[in-house]
Ligand binder design. Structure first.
Ligand code: MG
Length: 398
């Protein structure tokens, strides 16, 4: 392989992940504040020896992909996603075909559901490709392996010698032309991984040390295990809290928008954007925790392009700034202050709406409401005030 040819990573994210339970495909779900796919793609985008990353997605998942990759979508190394096929093997083949014009020297093929891939494993696979046509991350098997008969109450039907057995992980790296040819000739077969496709074509594939952390999120329970893995590094996080406050006056209208939810009312909130005081306060709280100014700095009210703008673009900006710092939004607490409309019936919808924008669980978001006992401008029904705090975790750079 010529040194100056590109190394491109294909991330396979086209599966439906039925085994991981409800909540949509697992690769798009949040894992401690950042989606699985963003963690996985980020590891490769950050690697200095990876030139480009292409994600293979299901044809129904364009919107899910763009939402889940927020913050990375403009990364200069990220290529546009392409649609996969019915089986994983079809998806990989289509991904490889999409790179023909790029003519990379090597490709690394990686499962989207392995978000804990680290720089060392990626480097070992790339290094091995200097003297092999293929190389995969793998771990030797230390447990005794039993063969069992019967699905419900299996009994042992033999002990498999574990000498020379390895557990295959990803990334699996290959010189581009041979793996493309191998996938083309294996199209329609059901082989278990890309190394098996390579083996079938007679390509020698080296085994390099993977990592025990490089787990594949398969079952619903794996999310708990994955969160525990992340918490192990907790001492390396710096926690910060920010505060935000916003007020908008009422004017004649038919509905107010608060925390992303439209509530029918006999007035609307007056403002340059959609006047969502709750979302503005929360945006300022996150910006405050980052020390990144306030909404007005990022979206000047004097700029006509923000007139009538949905406030989610402000919150998305704050979220992306946290993502740029590789931080996590761990908790938000919003208090809405008004006599009317009644907030209680809409609180869960507000938590869901904010959680969807921030890519975090609604359990990390609190929305509360209070009146001011008819005192002051909120008590007189002249407007709505909102206060918010946001807690974020940033990698400790000290
Ligand atoms: Mg405002």
């Amino acid at each position: 392989m010529t040194e100056n040819l590109k190394t491109i990573t294909i991330i396979v994210a086209a599966g439906r992940g039925a085994r991981a339970g409800a909540g949509g495909p697992k690769q798009y779900r949040p894992l401690a504040g950042r989606t699985v796919i963003a963690r996985t793609a980020g590891a490769f985008l950050d690697h200095p020896r990876i030139d480009a990353v292409r994600v293979i997605i299901h044809r129904d998942d364009d919107d899910l992909y763009h939402a889940a990759m927020a913050g990375l979508i403009d990364h200069p190394k990220l290529m546009a996603p392409v649609h996969g096929g019915v089986e994983r093997q079809d998806s990989v083949r289509l991904g490889l075909e999409s790179l023909v014009d790029e003519a990379p020297g090597a490709v690394l093929i990686h499962d989207a559901a392995r978000p804990f891939i680290d720089e060392g494993v990626i480097s070992r696979v790339i290094d091995a490709l200097k003297c092999h046509d293929g190389a995969i991350a793998a771990l030797p098997v230390y447990d005794t392996i039993k063969k069992g008969d019967g699905a419900d109450h299996p009994c042992i039907n033999g002990t498999v010698p574990r000498d020379g057995l390895w557990r295959a992980q990803t990334p699996q790296g290959f010189h581009f032309e041979p793996i493309l040819a191998a996938h083309r000739s294996a199209a329609g077969e059901a082989l278990t991984d890309d190394a098996a496709v390579a083996e079938r074509a007679g390509i020698a594939v080296a085994l390099v040390a993977g990592s025990p952390d490089n787990m594949k999120i398969t079952q619903a329970d794996d999310f708990g295990m994955a969160e525990t893995l992340l918490k192990r590094d907790e001492t390396m996080w710096e926690y910060r809290t920010g505060h935000g406050y916003d007020v908008h006056a009422f004017e004649d209208g038919a509905a107010v928008i608060l925390c992303g939810v439209e509530i029918p009312h006999d007035k609307k909130l007056k403002g340059h954007s959609d006047a969502d005081a709750g979302m503005h306060a929360l945006t300022d709280a996150i910006l405050g925790a980052l020390g990144a100014g306030d909404i007005g700095d990022h979206f000047p009210p004097s700029d006509p392009q923000w007139k009538g703008a949905p406030s989610r673009i402000f919150l998305e900006k704050a979220r992306d700034l946290v993502g740029d710092r590789k931080g996590l939004i761990t908790h938000c607490d919003v208090t809405l202050i008004c006599e009317d409309p009644k907030i209680g019936p809409h609180r869960q919808a507000m938590r869901n709406a904010l959680g969807e924008i921030l890519s975090i669980s609604s359990e990390r978001i609190s929305v509360k409401a209070t009146t001011t006992e008819k005192l002051g401008f909120t008590g007189r029904g002249e407007g709505i005030a909102a206060m918010a705090t946001a807690t974020i975790a940033l990698p400790d750079s000290r």
